[in-house]
Design a protein around this ligand. Structure first.
Ligand code: ADP
Ligand code: MG
Length: 630
């Protein structure tokens, strides 16, 4: 009888539950630079739960792309049920024949039945092979499609999303959570299909022997279903909690590891350990509760197995005594019940995988449902390339998440080719102001015009292609120096890359690197000095050759020689371009056409260097008392 019980059809191990965390280089740099620690706020992934139906509807369009493969897969699934359905029939025929009911048993009959079974098993093997292969491959295709869409959507999301969502959490969603979807994608249709066939076919066959007995046996099935669904729901809730908690735990780990330098510097290992231990304990508790729920679930299924066998022994035995059924029928009942139990148990086992797949889809849906707040207006047109005048008209801005007003009624006018220097104490809003031009954030009120065109009315792509940006926290990809520069203009030739490097004055140091332009910059970019990193980003901006430029001067302390190189590289870069410079270097400021002093989000002074010095106001103070940081 044990033979009949279906085994778990594929032996794959459980997908790793851990959400990968990759150290975020940008955050790391922030810490290095003594900047702000990355925010620990995380979007709560368990904030709302969609119903299973809604999630499956979410998933169907992806499945629909593989309709034909799915049909083939289901056809194979149907073939694999043949043996399980036919075996009880064969056994009851042999038993009845042996008992002298109907035909008499001969070796010929046995051989013929064995031959039929043999052929069926061959078909079963082949179908099994195809189902495992095709099914999984279809799952992988679907997973890949979903990951592609999720990544596409992530590229559209703005700074506010990334400020508030941990990179590790996002990564977990588009890798691990989607692995579970692969399993789900084919097992879900297969399992339900197989179960349906077995239940319906065995019901029909058994009814032909005895309707009351069949009804008695099948009466257990809905009961089993209801209890399982209930206990399963509990299990699912626990499982979801686990997912949320592991995300939290990962965030804690990420933070501690990213901040290793700071942790060590402040000898704060104990604090970190306690912080971690708390999260770790919570995870333990949640898992423990999960296993209690699992225990209840498993026990209930076993109790129902027992109940069904009991029905067969009692009702079947009595029917046999009363001559309502034959001995062969009883054998068939026994075998079908075993098949049914195995099928239901398989579904129950599958429930966990099903939950995981659902969680994966839910997580996926959460990414896809994150609204794109900064995108092209429906009537957006490409930015008309003009001379490059930039105008701020009464611009006010507050960050969407904390509604802290950072810019107040800022009006600025910078003519094509001019250089505007923004100065002022740290936190004054300089970086924020520059971030508004490429629409990293949307102005709260007022408007920004480039050559008379409101930046909200033009396409994002054309807008950003018009502006070159050198950010304060320099970011280089883990690739060669050449490719990092080429990022400015992907179709540039090697000669153009090298010309840009020469213009940025980094040609010299690149030649001293092992491999020159093919030198690999490491993950954290730490195998270049800060000054060198800046030069590379300037080369990248020179190559990009955009009409307008935003330069957030890094404040790092570099030696005077490097500083001079950077200065000359920046001058080369700004030549003939409308430039916004957040200036820290006196020489940059002095050469500017217009200097704007920003304090607490308000422009308090503007004018040329000489005018402002003569005025003896804030600029004069800043200038004489060393330009403040940042
Ligand atoms: P600056 O570049 O002049 O030093 P910033 O523009 O970086 O100033 O910051 C201006 C103000 O905006 C600060 O008070 C800062 O705390 C706040 N701020 C900066 N970035 C964010 C953000 N992503 N979310 C919320 N507030 C921010
Ligand atoms: Mg700044």
């Amino acid at each position: 009888l044990g033979e009949v019980a279906r085994r778990s059809r594929d032996g794959e191990g459980e997908p790793a539950e851990n959400i990968c965390n990759v150290l975020n280089r940008k955050d790391l740099k922030k810490i290095e630079n003594g900047g702000t620690m990355p925010k620990t706020k995380t979007n709560d992934p368990g904030a709302h739960h969609a119903s299973s139906g809604a999630l499956i509807r979410r998933f169907l369009p992806y499945l629909a792309n593989y309709k034909m493969v799915l049909c083939l897969d289901l056809f194979c699934a149907a073939l694999t049920t043949l043996c399980d359905i036919v075996l009880p029939k064969i056994m009851s025929t042999i038993t009845n024949a042996a008992m002298g009911v109907g035909i008499t048993l001969t070796a010929g009959i046995v051989l013929r039945l064995a031959a039929v079974y043999f052929v069926l098993r061959i078909i079963d093997g082949a179908a099994q092979y195809f189902m495992s292969g095709i099914g999984h491959i279809m799952g992988v295709h679907i997973e890949t499609d979903m990951r592609r869409d999720a990544f596409d959507h992530l590229l559209k999301l703005d700074h506010t999303y990334y400020n508030n969502t941990k990179v590790g959490t996002i990564m977990g969603r588009i890798t691990n959570d989607l692995f579970d979807v692969t399993e789900f994608a084919h097992h879900c249709p297969e399992e339900f299909f197989i179960a349906a066939i077995k239940i319906v076919v065995s019901f029909v066959i058994l009814c032909r022997a005895s309707v009351p007995l069949t009804l008695a046996v099948f009466a257990c099935v809905p009961l089993m279903g209801v209890v399982s669904v209930y206990l399963n729901g509990r299990l699912r809730a626990r499982f979801r909690q686990q997912r949320v908690q592991i995300g939290e735990l990962n965030s804690t780990i990420e933070d501690s590891l990213l901040g290793q330098g700071v942790v060590k510097a402040f000898a704060a290992e104990n604090e970190e350990r306690e912080k971690f231990a708390k999260g770790n304990r919570e995870f333990e508790e949640i898992k423990t509760l999960g296993y209690y729920a699992m225990g209840a679930f498993n026990t209930s299924t076993r109790l129902f197995d027992g109940l069904m066998y009991l029905v067969v022994i009692l009702a079947g035995g009595l029917s046999l005594v009363n001559g309502k059924i034959t001995a062969g029928d009883l054998v068939a009942y026994m075998l079908y019940v075993t098949t049914l139990i195995a099928t239901i148990r398989r579904i129950v086992e599958f429930a966990e995988q099903f939950q995981r797949g659902m969680t994966g889809i839910e997580r996926f849906a959460e990414i896809m449902d994150t609204p794109v707040t900064i995108g092209d207006a429906p009537d957006a047109v490409p930015l008309q390339s003009g001379p490059g005048d930039i105008r701020f008209e009464n611009v006010s801005f507050e960050y969407p998440d904390d509604h802290n007003k950072v810019l107040h009624d800022v009006s600025l006018d910078i003519r094509a080719g001019e250089r505007l220097a923004l100065v002022g104490a740290s936190g004054g809003g300089k970086t924020t102001l520059c971030n508004l031009i490429p629409r990293f954030y949307e102005v709260t009120s007022g408007r920004i015009l480039i050559d008379g065109q409101d930046i909200r009315r033009v396409t994002l792509k054309s807008l950003r292609q018009d502006i070159g940006i050198v950010q304060q926290d320099v970011f280089l990809f883990a690739d060669t120096v050449r490719e990092n520069i080429r990022y400015g203009r992907p179709d540039a030739s090697d000669a153009e890359v090298e010309a840009a490097a020469r213009a940025a004055r980094c040609d010299h140091f690149i030649h001293t690197l092992a491999g020159g332009y093919d030198f690999m910059i490491n993950e954290e970019g730490t195998n270049l000095s800060q000054g060198q990193r800046q030069l590379v980003t300037i080369a990248r901006a020179i190559l990009a050759d955009r009409p307008a430029l935003i330069l957030d001067e890094a404040t790092s302390n570099v030696d005077t020689r490097t500083e001079e190189l950077i200065q000359r590289a920046m001058d080369a870069l700004m030549q003939g371009r409308t430039s916004f410079v957040i200036a820290h270097r006196l020489s940059t400021v002095r050469n500017a056409d217009c200097i704007v002093v920003l304090e607490q989000g308000r422009i308090i002074e503007r004018g040329s260097h000489d005018e402002l010095i003569a005025k003896k106001g804030k600029y004069y103070q800043l200038y004489t008392g060393n330009l403040a940081e940042n």
